[in-house]
Design a protein around this ligand. Structure first.
Ligand code: DX5
Ligand code: ZN
Length: 217
């Protein structure tokens, strides 16, 4: 069954603790945390302080998505804050393989992310080391954007490469995931679906998560 990872980017930050407890109760599997630096993407969001604050209030997996230039500078900080997964963009670092090793050496699961224009080939040689591959289905930077469906063939490719080579990574999709788009993601091989506005944008989070799951079957 697909895991649902609500992105706190669309939560009400004036009561973040309550928001996280609410989606946990509503059946969320992971909590997705979007870190933006105003350089790699045209928006600034949150840093490791937020991961620190969230860690004691939930037992859910904390899935940290770094949309920052040269993420190698901050891996230890996010690991110490309590991240379970740290994902970095191939477009944001010169030495992707080294960053993956660094994440793992901190005892954290390592994810690699590709933007909508980036082919699977760009991460082909780190797939055997990745715990997670995140396929962006919007241009990173903001919640509430429209799903880019050309990414579906990349999910299919990652799924078949995983089967052929017995790789162990999970496939995650992020951006514009909602009740209309989740089915095609799951059919293509998605294991984890990030959903910001489709969960936090709804009053009834339990109904929202249930709806996503029912469309994914
Ligand atoms: C976009 C972020 C996403 C975002 C998704 O840069 O990486 O995680 O929060 O939001 P929705 O689900 O609203 O597209
Ligand atoms: Zn994200």
């Amino acid at each position: 069954m697909v895991k649902i990872a609500p992105s706190i980017l669309s939560a009400d930050f004036s009561k973040l603790g309550d928001e996280i407890r609410d989606v946990e109760k509503a059946g969320a599997d992971w909590i997705h945390i979007d870190v933006m630096d105003g350089q790699f993407v045209p928006n600034i969001t949150m840093g490791s302080l937020v991961v620190d604050a969230v860690r004691p209030i939930t037992s859910l997996v904390l899935d940290v998505h770094l949309m920052i230039e040269a993420p190698e500078r901050y891996i230890e900080q996010f690991a110490n804050a309590g991240a379970d997964y740290i994902s970095v963009h191939v477009e944001a670092t010169k030495h992707l393989h080294r960053v993956i090793q660094l994440i793992k050496s901190c005892g954290v699961k390592a994810g690699v992310v590709i933007n909508p224009h980036t082919p699977v080939e760009a991460i082909r040689h780190v797939l055997e080391d990745a715990d997670l591959v995140l396929v962006m289905t919007v241009n990173p930077g903001f919640g509430g954007q429209t799903f880019i469906s050309s990414a579906i063939e990349k999910i299919e490719k990652l799924h078949s490469l995983k089967e052929e080579n017995r790789y162990s990574y999970l496939i995650e999709v992020d951006g514009g995931v909602n009740e209309e788009t989740i089915a095609q993601c799951v059919q293509a091989g998605t294991d984890v679906a990030v959903a910001g506005s489709a969960v936090f944008g709804k009053q009834d989070r339990k109904a929202a998560i249930k709806m996503l799951r029912s469309k994914a079957e």
